[in-house]
Design a binder for this molecule. Structure first.
Ligand SMILES: [Zn+2]
Length: 466
């Protein structure tokens, strides 16, 4: 959790609203330079006119002028660091000075005070900053040592059909709760078809709920159920357990780590439920790989058995890579090179209609096969039957594959899986070692950063309905 984020809405003059629409890139750069000089001057002015005041002697962080801040955010203080937005430039000088002082009080408070998550801390921090941002007054040290809130932005709302919504300046983050995971989506106001300004107020105050949002939430609940079922196979203390599913336009789908937990990213244009099952398969295998891998105990039996099977299926006859869903009446061609038939047969394109690269490595093979087995077991059997015609070796290998997949979906069964014979161990370990490590997104920025920690989403600190 970040230390603190505070957003302050400005009264936006009409000229600012126009500038927001037409401001060319060059203009933004010039504004940035002007802003830095202006804010520097502001920050050199002493708090309450007394250079010897306690606050003035503390590390005064210079504000960063950040044109990427949502337009309504004039200034915010994030972990002691003051940032000013474009709209601060259009404020009259007295208002800018007041803003600078207000943010500086937050900055000092965040640097000195202990972290306090309570609503009372939030109210106190606001009244402290407000009372000290006027011309008069010293900042009492005792007050600055009081807990600083971990969140100063507009708090999470419970707004049906969502279980929770963070209302930001440029976007909202909608959340659906699973029993072991959270599913979140980042939605810009234009995605929500809201163009009435200020958008956050329009969103917060209106009553009607779009059909799209209801549909989206229903799908997200299915995603949560799929991930909860996979999490049931991963112990609560495992870093691979998925605590967040982030649906995003800006990142490709994948299994990742964030803050020592599993994270599934789903690209909006994909089938969310199928993708959740595939990435959940990665999470499960990651647990069996980590389980020993990271702690030096060696890889788990499931991971070794999967890798060994991957190596043997990799020796089956190559067939063309299919690009559409399996159709019994016109099954995919078995003639001509491509990828091994035994690895192609589990690929997502065949059972889900798109995606997958099951021949890449043992992790991808397992994710595709596991998802197929859970989502479309009958279809998978039909596909396997077809590919057995390409290479008769697939008959015995697929029986073994189904047994492994069956065991993988049962916490008791998986513990009973027969260990790999010593002769096959080296090959399986080698296969697992060549799999690229799972990326860690703990310090990811942009929309994904907001999805990982929605309390960092720039937002107004209050929204009043007209
Ligand atoms: Zn994958």
């Amino acid at each position: 959790m970040p230390r603190s984020t505070r957003a302050r809405p400005s009264r936006r003059p009409a000229v600012a609203r126009q500038a927001e629409r037409v401001l060319p890139k060059v203009g933004r750069t010039l504004l940035r330079a002007a802003g830095n000089r202006a804010t520097l001057r502001l920050l050199r002015s002493p708090v309450g006119g007394r250079t010897s005041s306690t606050a003035a002697q503390l590390r005064a962080t210079l504000p960063v002028f950040d044109p990427r801040l949502a337009y309504e955010v004039a200034g915010l203080t994030d972990r002691g660091r003051v940032r000013f937005g474009v709209s601060a430039l259009f404020m009259p000088p007295e208002q800018q000075l007041e803003l600078a002082r207000h943010e500086r009080v937050h900055s000092v408070h965040q640097q000195l005070g202990a972290e306090g998550p309570g609503a009372a801390d939030r109210t106190r921090a606001e009244s402290l900053a407000t009372s000290c941002s006027g011309a008069a007054g010293n900042v009492p040290l005792a007050v600055l040592l009081s807990p600083a809130p971990s969140r100063l932005c507009f708090p999470k709302q419970q707004k049906p059909p969502w279980d929770g919504v963070w209302i930001g300046n440029g976007a909202v983050i909608g959340e659906v709760d699973g029993s072991t995971t959270q599913v979140r989506i980042y939605l810009a106001y234009e995605d929500l078809k809201i163009d009435e300004l200020p958008e956050y107020q329009t969103y917060h105050c209106r009553k009607d709920r779009s059909k799209e949002a209801k549909k989206m939430v229903a799908t997200m609940r299915k995603v949560a159920a799929v991930v909860d079922a996979i999490n049931a196979l991963i112990p609560a203390n495992s870093e691979a357990r998925v605590t967040l599913v982030a649906i995003t336009r800006t990142e490709a789908s994948g299994f990742r780590f964030a803050n020592k937990h599993g994270l599934i990213a789903i690209e909006t244009k994909e089938d969310w439920v199928h993708t959740a099952a595939h990435e959940g398969g990665h999470a499960l295998l990651e647990h069996h790989t980590l389980f020993g891998g990271a702690k030096g105990k060696g890889f788990g039996t499931l991971a070794l058995r999967v890798a060994d099977l991957f190596v043997r299926l990799g020796a089956t006859k190559p067939v063309p890579v299919p690009d559409k869903k399996f159709n019994k009446r016109s099954p995919p061609s078995l003639k001509g090179g491509g990828q091994p038939a035994g690895l192609v047969m589990v690929n997502d394109s065949l059972w889900a209609g798109s995606g997958g690269h099951s021949w890449d490595n043992a992790h991808e093979f397992f994710a595709s096969a596991f998802a197929a087995f859970r989502r479309e077991p009958e279809l998978l059997k039909a596909i396997v039957k077809h590919y057995t015609k390409a290479d008769p070796a697939i008959a015995a290998l697929s029986t073994e594959m189904f047994a492994i997949l069956q065991a993988a979906g049962d916490a008791q069964e998986v513990a009973k899986l027969a260990a790999l014979p010593a002769t096959a161990r080296a090959g399986a370990e080698q296969e697992l070692q060549r799999i690229p490590p799972t990326p860690d997104w703990s310090s990811k920025g942009g929309a994904m950063g907001y999805l990982i920690d929605p309390t960092t989403l720039p937002s107004p600190d209050k929204i009043r309905c007209p």
